[in-house]
Design a protein around this ligand. Structure first.
Ligand SMILES: Nc1nc2cc3nc(NCCc4ccc(CCO)cc4)[nH]c3cc2c(=O)[nH]1
Length: 371
């Protein structure tokens, strides 16, 4: 039986609730994946991630290659055992992180050569090596090695890049040996509708358990991004999960779920939490602002997370000002719970056939009035 079966449980417009089976348990989509780049979701314990409803965690090939190295992770039992998370893991393939973090020295047909951001050593990543690393790490979902073109890029560059990414997808697939891992192809094409459609259609020629929408959330406007998401989900098959990479603002999740996206990830909730901000229905509140120092209310009325059930805004504002670790920890916990509750409510609305009303109510609270 297919270890990665995906079945649609309910629909409301283009939004859908899915059940995705993995070797580490079944998960319900749409879902948000907390980012644990180096094998840890910064500041949060796996048991607390489980308690707030996290289902799948994301880690990065680039970072784990540099430190501690895939051989060590494999020798220590693979990501699940090593990092104490027995639910599904997804690893990104390293290409994007090289562009955004490493000091890229060269990109050619073979792959990329970059300098480590840790010690400047020269490292080569190819489709074959990326897959070998992801197999050693042992994630359930692994990503093809691709190039995420910088934004903006010329149509000529976008076209050449997406064609190379398709050749790298073929090499990634050929390099794959583990039947207990699902390889996702990643469509590119930037914000050029013709090239986006071309890349998505060509990626579909490979029969894969899921498809990622790449090359977005790289600095383009929402007005540029969303037509590409809509175009992508029109082309991608209904029966396979769709993963929009790097998208994590609440309003963007609500819009993309409405367009039929199933999987999301972003460092946004945990990063903005570490920087002192809490996600709330109206948007975001920054606890560094003095107005919260006497505010007895929880971060968000009605939130069931430990931070909202136990502490006031005043206390968390104090922690943030005092640069106490607990400040960032509580805000990260709340922000992830906020996104998990958002996807839980979205799944419920889809089951009720009322996703449109859900999205309108969300937008009214988010954009209807100033905080
Ligand atoms: N393999 C691969 N991975 C990707 C990861 C991505 N992540 C993004 N966007 C996230 C970028 C991002 C970075 C930092 C913050 C916090 C500050 O608000 C938020 C978003 N776009 C992405 C595109 C790709 C892609 O084509 N291919």
């Amino acid at each position: 039986m297919d270890p990665f079966r995906f079945t649609i449980q309910a629909r409301s417009g283009r939004a859908r609730v899915g059940l995705l089976t993995t070797p580490h348990g079944r998960v319900e989509t749409p879902l948000f994946m907390p980012v644990g780049t180096q094998g840890s979701v910064k500041g949060l314990l796996p048991k607390d991630l489980k308690a707030i409803g996290s289902q799948v965690l994301l880690a990065n090939t680039y970072h784990l290659l540099l430190r501690p190295g895939p051989e060590r992770v494999q020798a220590l039992g693979g990501l699940h055992r090593f990092a104490g998370w027995d639910g599904p893991w997804l690893t990104d393939s390293g290409g994007f992180q090289v562009m955004s973090l490493g000091h890229l020295r060269r990109i050619d047909e073979e792959g990329v050569v970059f300098q480590s951001h840790l010690d400047g050593s020269l490292i080569r990543l190819t489709p074959e090596r990326s897959i070998a690393i992801q197999e050693a790490l042992g994630a359930d979902f692994i990503m093809a090695f691709d190039e995420c073109p910088p934004y903006p890029s010329s149509p000529e560059y976008l076209k050449a890049s997406l064609e190379r990414t398709l050749r790298w997808l073929e090499r990634s697939l050929k390099a794959k040996t583990r039947p207990d891992q699902a390889l996702f192809g990643i469509a590119q094409g930037g914000t050029d509708a013709g090239l986006r459609a071309l890349s998505t259609r060509e990626t579909l020629r490979f029969d894969l358990p899921g498809y990622a929408i790449g090359g977005l959330a790289v600095g383009e406007t929402k007005e540029e991004m969303f037509p590409m998401v809509a175009l992508s989900t029109e082309i991608l098959p209904e029966a396979k999960p769709r993963y929009l990479m790097g998208v994590g603002h609440p309003e963007d999740l609500v819009a993309a779920m409405g367009l039929g996206v199933d999987l999301f990830d972003s460092v946004y909730p945990t990063r903005t939490g570490r920087f002192g901000s809490a996600l709330v229905p109206e948007g975001r509140i920054n606890l560094k602002n003095a107005q919260y120092l006497e505010d007895k209310r929880p971060l968000e009325e009605g939130c069931d997370c430990y931070a909202c059930q136990t502490f006031s805004r005043a206390y968390i504002a104090h922690l943030v000002r005092a640069e106490e670790m607990l400040g960032g920890i509580l805000l990260s916990l709340h922000n992830l719970r906020f996104l998990h509750r958002l996807t839980e409510r979205a799944r419920e609305a889809i089951r009720q056939g009322s996703y449109g009303a859900f999205a309108r109510e969300f937008a009214e609270r988010r954009f209807g009035k100033e905080i």
